[in-house]
Design a protein around this ligand. Structure first.
Ligand SMILES: [Ca+2]
Ligand SMILES: [Ca+2]
Length: 176
């Protein structure tokens, strides 16, 4: 499968402790650090990680950066960071799905528009690719179509999102 996580070993992963309590604060601090919204360079990422998450050696931070820089442009984008956060946070799958929803409901409407949903699915797809799971690229359109449009302007509610996503084995593989 060619998992890019091969550079990041289990010991390194276990050494990072992210919990749901500190995730919203970390996300906000990433947004503050990513001033021009193009992503963080390796040096900026190291500074951010140490200040906002925890002290960590250079080799581990380099591995995290390389593993999650999925488009290999040497910038750690917000979506790539979200993928990292959702993979490393230690909590149950439904809570992670709720977090994804909350993070990408940009206008705080309580519903995901098609554009917002595409961003969420992209993050999940990246995560799946990083851990060497089955790519969902060919199913993204049908997955989006399968989500019932119930809210304003046919948005998807959080309940709908969590129930549909948690019923999808390929999506779930990103979080197990
Ligand atoms: Ca990148
Ligand atoms: Ca929304």
């Amino acid at each position: 499968m060619g998992s890019s996580l091969s550079t990041l070993n289990n010991e390194q992963l276990k050494s990072i402790s992210l919990t749901t309590e500190n995730t919203p604060k970390i996300i906000q601090e990433f947004r503050n650090a990513d001033t021009n919204k193009t992503g963080l360079t390796l040096d900026q990422f190291k500074t951010f990680f140490r200040a906002s998450i925890q002290e960590c050696d250079d080799a581990t931070l380099q591995s995290i950066f390389d593993s999650f820089d999925s488009d290999k442009n040497n910038l750690f984008s917000f979506k790539e960071f979200s993928s990292c956060i959702f993979l490393l946070t230690k909590t149950d799958t439904n809570r992670k799905l709720e977090f994804l929803f909350e993070t990408f409901d940009d206008d705080n409407s309580g519903y995901l528009s098609t554009e917002e949903l595409k961003n969420v699915i992209e993050v999940m797809n990246t995560t799946i690719r990083i851990i060497g799971g089955q790519d969902i690229n060919d199913r993204i359109d049908s997955l989006i179509a399968s989500m019932e449009r119930s809210g304003p302007e046919n948005g998807i509610s959080k309940t709908e999102w969590v129930s549909k996503a948690s019923a999808d084995q390929a999506l779930l593989s990103a979080f197990n």
